[in-house]
Design a binder for this molecule. Structure first.
Ligand code: AMP
Ligand code: MG
Length: 419
């Protein structure tokens, strides 16, 4: 008898997964390896930025009081008493009608409180004149205007983007405390599978899910243990998944989670005494996506159908892995866009359509990325987003506004808002 499964709504399935997440430990990496990791501790400003009042321009540091009354008719003259570049400190104190020639980034000399840009001066050897008055602190970058000492610049759980790297360097973090990456094992199941380097034979297809998931992980900065592919054999699957579960934080399998005669993953979960969080989701494609948990290991049973496998990974595996690393924005970013094509298929379940999203000056547009069945592989290649159509609708027309999830962004959002 075919087992009766109870489909759970997508939102609830995601919640069940996220509830089971436990955070990985911390580790320290050198700054040059920190890009793409998740901060495990907040970044605090260890000093003011800038650390001193400085000139944002190449020019002359002067006393603003001495510039008063300057105009096109009455030019005011200054005498240059010193000359410094960035990194140097002038020993001079600027006095009446005196100036220090100063380059961008150099500290303002004592006495001065304004900077005349080179372009604002008519220069004649060691003297120059100006034609406008300068106010106190005009053209001056003030100490602490960018960051105050002690201020938190980035919270724990922040994705380390190039800007965060710059901040870490600014404050002298030569080593950075980040979350460890999970150990992920990847196994493709199916007697029909051959690898990319092998010739096709009657009845066989190439294993595209394995390399695809490895690439989806790589896009998140995460490597994986390639456990290869296995024929549909319950004992072999059980032994390998059991071994992988003991060694990995996450084990991803593709195929074999349905109710067919050769779908052995449900039996494997049973033998492992894993806690199956769900084995049917109210969505297309990927309704058979199964997530289970054993001791400390997540088991993601993704469908063998390539599009379904891809969707299942992006919806469940990706946020779980990001949350394990403490990432506070683990979900795909969400947009609204105008549908560029009719999509008249009725939707009993939520549908995640591989799509081409384009943000134009005239607004965001989206269209299905070609052949879109759950077994499609080409639409994954052509798409950069999912159109999300809610279940219980009769289809959509060109011009309708639809929900879109953007795939491949480095940074996501903190909550899942769709049903
Ligand atoms: P399954 O989920 O095992 O029932 O597989 C569903 C469909 O996906 C079948 O047509 C399989 O041949 C196909 N399939 C399974 N595994 C893979 C894979 N690793 N790469 C590409 N297609 C696959
Ligand atoms: Mg199969």
């Amino acid at each position: 008898m075919v087992e009766k499964r109870k489909p759970v709504p997508v939102k609830e399935a995601i919640e069940r997964v996220m509830k089971r997440v436990t955070q990985l430990e911390k580790e320290t990496v050198p700054l040059h390896e920190a890009y793409g990791r998740i901060l495990a501790e907040p970044v605090r400003a260890s000093h003011h930025v800038p650390p001193f009042d400085r000139s944002p321009y190449d020019g002359f540091a002067v006393r603003s009081a001495d510039t008063q009354g300057a105009s096109g008719e009455t030019r005011v003259a200054f005498r240059v008493i010193d000359h410094i570049g960035a990194g140097a400190v002038s020993k001079c104190t600027v006095g009446e009608q005196e100036a220090v020639r100063i380059m961008t980034g150099a500290p303002l000399p004592a006495g001065a409180d304004a900077v005349v840009m080179l372009e604002q001066a008519v220069i004649d050897e060691d003297a120059f004149t100006i034609r406008k008055p300068f106010g106190p602190l005009e053209n001056v970058s003030l100490k602490g205007e960018d960051a105050r000492e002690g201020e938190i610049i980035a919270e724990a759980g922040t994705f380390i983007n190039p800007g965060v790297v710059a901040v870490l360097a600014t404050f002298g973090y030569a080593k950075v405390t980040v979350s460890k990456k999970p150990v992920v094992g990847l196994l493709a199941t199916g007697t029909e599978l051959v690898e990319a380097g092998e010739p096709l034979q009657p009845g066989k297809i190439r294993n595209s899910n394995g390399p695809m998931i490895a690439a989806q992980l790589a896009r998140m900065g995460i490597g994986c243990r390639l456990l290869g592919s296995l024929p549909d054999d319950e004992d072999a699957c059980f032994e390998l998944v059991k071994k992988a579960a003991a060694e990995c934080d996450v084990v991803i399998t593709t195929g074999g989670v349905s109710v067919g005669d050769f779908d052995f993953l449900p039996a494997v979960y049973k033998r492992l005494e894993a806690d199956v969080l769900f084995n049917k989701v109210q969505m297309r494609p990927g309704s058979v996506t199964t997530v289970a948990h054993t001791d400390n290991t997540f088991l993601f049973g993704l469908s063998g159908n390539p599009s379904a496998c891809f969707v299942g990974f992006e919806l469940f595996t990706r946020p779980a892995i990001l949350a394990m690393m403490g990432n506070r924005k683990p979900f795909l970013p969400y947009e609204k866009a105008v549908l560029d094509d009719d999509y008249t298929k009725p939707n009993p379940f939520n549908r995640f359509i591989r799509a081409v999203y384009e943000s134009t000056p005239a607004g965001a547009r989206v269209r299905p990325a070609g052949f879109n069945k759950s077994n499609s592989v080409t639409s994954i290649a052509r798409g950069n987003a999912f159109i999300v159509l809610p279940g219980g609708t009769r289809g959509f027309q060109k011009g309708d506004e639809v929900d879109v999830l953007i795939i491949g962004s480095e940074e996501g959002v903190s909550s899942w808002e769709l049903n």
